[in-house]
Design a protein around this ligand. Sequence first.
Ligand code: F6P
Length: 340
Amino acid sequence: MRIGILTSGGDAPGLNAVIRGAVLKGTRVHGHEFVGFIGGYKGLCDSEAIPLARNEVKGIGNTGGTILGTSRTNPFEHGGAPRVREVLDEHRLDSLIAIGGEGSLAAAKELSDLGLPVVGVPKTVDNDLNGTDYTFGFDTAVGIATEAMDRLRTTGDSHSRCMVAEVMGRHVGWIALHSGMAAGAHAILIPERRTSMDELLHWVRSAHDRGRAPLVVVAEGFALDTMDDAHSERGLDAFGRPRLGGIGEKLAPLIEEATGIETRATTLGHIQRGGTPSAFDRVLATRFGMNVIDLVNAGKWGHMVALRGTEIQTVAFSAALGTLKTVPPERYEAAAMLFG
Ligand code: F6P
């Protein structure tokens, strides 16, 4: 078989481990041949491909980013299914493995609904994909954010300041919840739980009154109960989703003004997605890459690999996409017992 691979959407630590796992198993066990499309769906629609032999994937399992490059390109704005069919034929490909998050896999679903031989590997630091317990990249992002918060706490302590740390996550609060809990945050603000300024100030004051430098962790998709939507000032991405970010900088002066506590905001941003993947993410990504070959061999188009408990399973795109995996209220309330 000849198989195409692409990485699409925001990068996540572990993408290269997926590519390596798929190519190694595919070539060694089944004698498949691989090509990689450069820059996600853009490279697919432009027919920009490189051969992916065993040699090309050596030593990449522990590296960040993606050797194929990525982009937020919607294939339906670049010729759609007819163009993709043409490119697959041109490269004599029997199937396409799309490694991506919610937007990219929705495009993969649409292509497979239109009869193309597409399978998926779920990826995102946000961990917001239904159908899989974890996506690779999340564990690394949480580790990076936690380490950054540990550092914010020591400088906050030195100056008796309130420190606001904004993390990624788009419309879910998984990175905020996990990194905030790990760092012992005094308040964690997530999109799933509207919070009032009064409640936030109560947590900040109570930590400060006990002599602590309050650490507030806020997910980029969080909105105060007085706001209509999450803070967004950079328009929409190629999949029509608002680009988020900046809520930490909005909250910091409000906290300072109301409490008199000097307050600083730090937006962790893309640092959370850069660098080497954690051991957990390397293993998960490698297992995803190896297991997606079984989907290709079985012709299970329109399906993706997923982690359920400790097992890698197969899930239909239709079951995994459409609704986000949000933080359940009970998970948030359990964490909130320690706020303040
Ligand atoms: O989906 C992953 C993610 O990192 C989100 O957490 C964030 O909102 C978005 O991508 C940032 O996108 P970009 O890299 O295009 O700025």
